[in-house]
Ligand binder design. Structure first.
Ligand code: BGC
Length: 739
């Protein structure tokens, strides 16, 4: 048992021995039947200055102290956001070498967002929350909802795409269900952490409209709808202040405008100044380097900005305890909600239900990008020789990528998944095709794979082509991996193109065999110069423990793909607004000159056709979306318009379609996007079955953020509602007015 838990248990035990062990006999702060705010005040007034200081900063890599004397336990955090990170040493990043800390790896959050199904978020949150709870964690460092501004961001795979509404709808059930386990979700990285290059120093220059309309809504939903108990301020700066002590973001917006009552937990090493941290809304400091950003003394937790230096400033009168007490109240609230909550469930780890959840989420998130001809689903009656090509067919992806790296019980690679699925129904042959990253280690966790290869690039292609000529179907697994310069924390991608000469391999395979499917494993869009030559393309994401099994189920048609892209795949990088008019990576400052025109909002404005648009995703069945009906064509303040349309599965098998509602303002006093996502609904339908997609429009869906007035405004006038299956595939437009 950890020290804090032991102290809590023993305090309760002794209190129990000295009188009858009834809640009513407990001091108010220990009595769970008392209102939480009264418990907080009771505990606070019992604490000394030193005890207050001790609970607001780390005491180890991932924990902060409790109050021994009062039996208030420590707080234990864990990454996040795709599984529970293996245990590291008390004060080192090295593995603690536990033998029972292997977890279930869930699909990356890009995949979750691609399900467009909030029920999947709920399952994800519940399952990962159960694993966090079982490992006795109080705070899960995730989910991440930074908006996908550029495909070059190495951490996009940890986030939920480019659209604020999609990210908002998907983040809320994740948080709610994690927290049902008595574990706080710590939503990150607040805010504007849209690149990894210079992440500790870069100062984001963004206008208020983009801030409020694009970059903040998912955080706001996390707080106000999800009820998040913790938020992690980001590394970067905004208005010249580091986000970890940022008056505007933490005090004015998060705690002021949104009424957040939880804790802000600094990103690891994101705090730089005691006074600012004290005054600008930071509640807990973790991971600091005690000498700026490059060096840390061992066990130097007293040297943290919010440790002895803070205490001294209070003692010498430079600061008062006003802000400190607010921080401690928030930390106590967190502890009462989590570590001291005796009514929480026990949790569980690596259960069949968690693996099933991981598989189902992966299966719903995989996106069929293109499907011409008869390649997918692969029919085992006709395909007796299956060739699998590519390093990503055999590479474990749960190890690497930065702090989200995991130690799994088992990860099924795509090749394993295919071999297991096919059994003796066909021959599966493997060819490497290219060599990418043969390493597989993060902080001492080793994938254990030997990916060494001695053939030359030319030989690898020749061998793959020779095998492709004899195969009935060729499935290429490529894309990115979790190495620096690809989908990885701390650095951004080095190129938009596929690395390691994969384009040449794909071109050669396409020439050798017309039955080619390319599965792109990545958390980001990539360029596909061969798009016209490949009949079937699938977006595979980083899918976690069940990766290979989930992919096999979709490839062979047991699961009908229903994922839709949570971000745009531009043809080329210059088609993305940050690269076209904005700045990336920026030097000291990075200017978001593109403002609100992020992702499809930019593509619409510039009339750019995407390689694959936001919201796009195909199925093995077909759907017909009937002419929508609108309850009325004029909306008054306080009123609502309902749009309904019938969706019919016109194919021969079950499947799911995502109907999307976008709205555009025809005339406005400020520039607005052509259209913005305002609703979506995923309908699962049996062959021949019909369902109804229903959307409600109120004044709220029509508002923009007026930066002069600093408020959300809906202007009277004409609007257009678009019923679509992607940002480019609009089926119906309906006009209405706001009176
Ligand atoms: C990352 C966070 C993570 C933390 C703790 C930081 O480097 O930015 O997302 O939660 O480390 O591992």
């Amino acid at each position: 048992m950890k020290l804090g838990r032991f102290l809590l248990a023993s305090t309760l035990f002794f209190i129990g021995c000295s009188s009858t062990p009834r809640q009513a006999d407990l001091p108010v702060y220990l009595n769970e039947n008392e209102p939480i705010e009264e418990r907080i005040e009771d505990a606070l007034q019992r604490m000394t200055l030193r005890e207050k200081i001790d609970v607001i900063h780390a005491q180890s890599k991932f924990s902060s102290a409790g109050v021994e004397r009062l039996g208030i336990p420590e707080v234990w955090c864990t990454d996040g956001p795709h599984g529970i990170r293996p245990e590291v040493m008390w004060d080192e990043w090295d593995q603690a070498k536990w033998t029972n800390d292997s977890c279930t790896a869930f699909p990356a959050l890009t995949c979750l967002a691609a399900t467009w199904n909030p029920e999947m978020s709920a399952r994800y949150g519940m399952a990962i929350g159960e694993e966090a709870r079982y490992r006795e964690k109080d705070v899960l460092l995730g989910p991440g909802v930074n908006i996908y501004r550029t495909p070059m961001n190495g951490r996009n795979f940890e986030y939920m795409g480019e659209d604020p509404l999609l990210a908002s709808k998907m983040v809320v059930p994740y948080i709610q269900n994690v927290q049902k386990n008595g574990v706080a979700a710590c939503v990150k990285h607040f805010a504007l952490n849209n690149q990894e290059i210079e992440r500790h120093g870069v100062n984001v220059v963004v206008d208020d409209r983009a801030l409020y309309e694009i970059y903040l809504p998912a955080f706001k939903a996390a707080v106000q709808e999800g009820g998040a108990w913790a938020i992690m301020p980001a590394y970067n700066r905004y208005k010249e202040q580091h986000c970890c002590h940022n008056q505007y973001l933490l005090n004015d917006i998060l705690k002021g405008e949104w009424g957040f009552d939880g804790v802000t937990i600094s990103d690891w090493g994101g705090v730089h100044d005691t006074k600012q941290a004290a005054l600008h809304g930071l509640d807990m400091e973790f991971g600091s380097w005690t000498n700026g950003l490059n060096w840390g003394a061992s066990n130097a937790y007293d040297m943290y900005h919010m440790a002895v230096p803070y205490m001294k400033m209070i003692e010498n009168g430079e600061l008062t305890t006003k802000e400190l007490d607010d921080k401690v109240r928030r930390v106590l609230r967190l502890i009462f909600r989590t570590a001291m909550n005796t009514r929480k469930p026990f949790g569980s780890m690596n259960t069949e239900a968690h693996l099933q959840a991981a598989r189902d989420i992966a299966g719903e998130g995989i996106v069929l990008l293109k499907n011409e001809g008869d390649v997918l689903p692969v029919n085992l009656d006709n395909c007796k020789n299956i060739l699998v090509v590519g390093e990503n067919a055999i590479k474990m992806m749960t190890v690497g990528g930065g702090s989200s790296s995991l130690k799994v019980m088992k990860e099924y690679t795509p090749l394993e998944g295919i071999i297991n699925y096919v059994g003796d129904k066909a021959n599966v042959i493997y060819q490497r095709g290219y060599v990418g990253d043969v390493t597989g280690e993060y902080n001492g966790v080793k994938s254990g794979q030997d990916l060494s290869e001695s053939r030359t690039a030319e030989q690898l292609i020749a061998d793959a082509v020779a095998a492709a000529e004899k195969a009935d179907v060729v499935i290429f697994f490529g894309g990115l991996n979790k190495k620096e310069g690809q989908d990885c924390e701390g650095v951004d991608r080095s190129e938009y193109a596929l690395p390691y000469g994969q384009n040449e391999v794909i071109e050669a395979l396409a020439a050798a065999n017309k039955n080619l499917a390319v599965v792109n494993i990545s958390g980001n869009a990539v360029a596909m110069p061969w798009v016209e030559k490949v009949p079937s393309i699938m977006q595979g994401w980083f899918l976690g423990s069940e990766s290979g099994n989930a992919l096999a189920q979709v490839i062979f048609g047991e699961v009908n793909p229903s994922g839709h892209l949570p971000f745009t795949f531009p043809v080329k990088l210059e088609d993305n607004s940050a690269h076209s008019v904005g700045e990336w990576p920026g030097a000291r400052d990075v200017h978001y000159t593109e403002s609100i025109f992020v992702g499809y909002r930019w593509a619409d404005k510039e009339q750019l056709k995407a390689l694959f648009p936001f919201g796009h995703g195909l199925s093995y069945t077909t759907f017909e979306i009937g002419e929508p009906t609108m309850s009325k064509t004029s909306l008054k303040a306080g009123g609502k318009i309902t749009i309904k349309c019938e969706v019919r599965n016109t194919g021969k098998r079950e499947g799911a379609e995502v109907v999307q509602l976008y709205i555009g303002d025809k005339e406005s006093s400020l520039p607005r996007p052509v259209k913005e996502l305002k609703g979506f609904q995923k309908l699962h339908l049996a062959a021949g079955e019909s369902g109804v997609a229903e959307f409600t429009i109120t004044e709220d869906e029509l508002k923009f953020f007026d930066d002069k007035k600093h408020e959300w405004v809906a202007e009277a006038g004409e609007f257009t509602a678009y019923i679509a299956t992607s940002a480019e595939d609009v089926l119906y437009t309906l006009n209405f007015t706001l009176k």
